[in-house]
Design a binder for this molecule. Structure first.
Ligand SMILES: *Cc1c(COP(=O)(O)O)cnc(C)c1O
Length: 435
């Protein structure tokens, strides 16, 4: 597969080959060679050791209550340990099961944890695919190094993800169920058993694969990995968002909102729980006195509106202040819109406020809004509750907006192989396990 041109991440340099080298040199200098000899080991998928699970479990029915618990993982998981003295160890593909941690482990006290979320798709052509996994692995490198977890070569992480799914694909995404997916959760935690507040000296990288429901069609709701299980019943389809209050801030300039670190999510659960209890699906996170619109739950947020000058625009908040997660879905929506809808739509990454949205709505210029992320996929937004009032968002196509639907279809066609050989889809070679 040809290398994929990667759009700017935090700064353009950070996702290029030299950018990654720079991140590694800056954050984990010991894994760079000293003279000719590497001091400690780099992450190396070719050393993988496989131990087969001899008590495999049954695959639940798609969309069954069991799947909605979001607790059913596949038979195997990938683990790899790191220490500051010897670097990355041998990766193990092994039976899924509990981890052993000392009560003093750094992650349990200091939130030294980061994660990724991506999906494995069973295509309509029966092939198994990942969607832009290199974006997830690079983002994970940025998240890990933001919280002093060890650096690694993102391509090796992708190789490990592929090794896990190659083994799980045939059973967990059977060819008899095209159009289904598994949710993959690469995770890294600091494991050193000591209470000192210091840079982690030991870490564990692991990758699990979990059965997930679809959040984009029913009126379900999801956190970073989509953990809420109830489906609320409501008259109109689409997400109902509750705008965050001024005293509740998800992320701030100079903070770490741009990193997928666990520390961003725990503190947001009170607001999410309150939204849920009041009948909303997600929090729309606002920032500052002007109520800048940032993200919806753990998804990026887009609006389609007409400017007062009459221009049709697709708008989302910019990445500049490191407040917003650089979503792979966000990035893909922007790229596809620019390539394919640029004639109709102006694509804009800019700061905008709730008052901009309110004025557009009042003047009949607000046309669509949607949340975009791996767990939610592309989910049309039905209304925003802000300062005691419901701001209704039109749905030109009944249950969705016109461009929301078009963009979702583009993405689905790439993910499930209806669009042939797209450069963003990575076909995985499946391994046959003997019966
Ligand atoms: C994961 C996440 C997103 C969506 O990113 P994708 O790569 O599209 O899944 C958006 N915002 C936050 C805060 C997230 O955690």
């Amino acid at each position: 597969m040809a290398p994929i041109a990667i759009a700017p991440f935090q700064t353009t340099s950070e996702l290029t080959h030299s950018g990654i080298k720079h991140t590694i040199t800056k954050t984990a200098p010991s894994i760079i060679t000293n003279g000719n000899s590497t001091i400690i080991n780099e992450l190396d998928a070719s050393k993988l050791v496989f131990t087969r699970n001899l008590s495999p479990r049954a695959v639940p029915e798609p969309d069954s209550p069991e799947v909605w618990t979001q607790s059913v993982c596949t038979d195997h998981m990938l683990t790899c340990q790191w220490t500051s003295t010897s670097g990355w160890g041998v990766p193990h593909l092994q039976p899924y099961g509990p981890l052993q941690l000392m009560p003093t482990a750094s992650v349990l006290h200091y939130a030294t944890e980061c994660f990724e979320g991506l999906k494995l798709y069973r295509g309509h052509d029966l092939k198994l695919r990942l969607f832009r996994p290199n974006c997830n692995t690079r983002r994970m490198l940025n998240s890990a190094t933001r919280i002093a977890l060890p650096a690694f070569d993102p391509d090796e992480l992708q190789n490990l993800i592929e090794a896990l799914v190659a083994v799980e694909g045939e059973k967990w995404l059977p060819k008899s169920r095209p159009g289904t997916f598994l949710y993959l959760r690469p995770t890294m935690i600091a494991t050193a058993a000591a209470l000192g507040v210091q840079k982690p000296k030991e870490a564990l990288l692991y990758i699990i694969a979990c059965c997930f429901p679809s959040f984009d069609t029913p009126s379900g709701t999801a956190g970073p990995g989509g953990e809420t299980v109830q489906q609320s019943s409501k008259a109109r389809p689409g997400l109902k968002l509750l705008a965050s209050k001024e005293d509740t801030v998800r992320a701030w300039p100079g903070g770490f909102g741009y990193a997928k670190v666990g520390a961003n999510y725990g503190p947001s659960l009170i607001a999410q729980g309150e939204a849920k209890a009041r009948g909303f699906d997600q929090v729309l996170w606002l920032l500052g006195k002007n109520c800048e619109v940032t993200e919806a739950g753990a998804s990026n947020f887009f609006v389609v509106w007409r400017t007062s000058g009459g221009k049709l625009q697709l708008v989302t908040a910019p990445l500049d202040d490191k407040v917003i997660l650089d979503g792979v879905t966000r990035r893909s929506v922007l790229q596809l819109a620019r390539e394919r809808l640029g004639g109709d739509l102006e694509i804009v990454e800019r700061k905008y406020t709730m008052s901009d949205v309110e004025v557009a709505a009042a003047e009949g210029r607000l046309l669509e809004a949607f949340a975009a992320g791996t767990a939610f996929f592309i989910a049309p937004v039905h209304s925003i509750h802000f300062r005691g009032e419901d701001l209704e968002i039109p749905m030109s196509e009944g249950s969705t907006g016109k461009y929301t639907a078009i963009l979702k279809t583009y993405l689905m066609n790439i993910m499930y192989g209806r669009e042939k050989d797209h450069q963003w889809s990575v076909v995985v070679d499946e391994k046959q396990l003997d019966a």
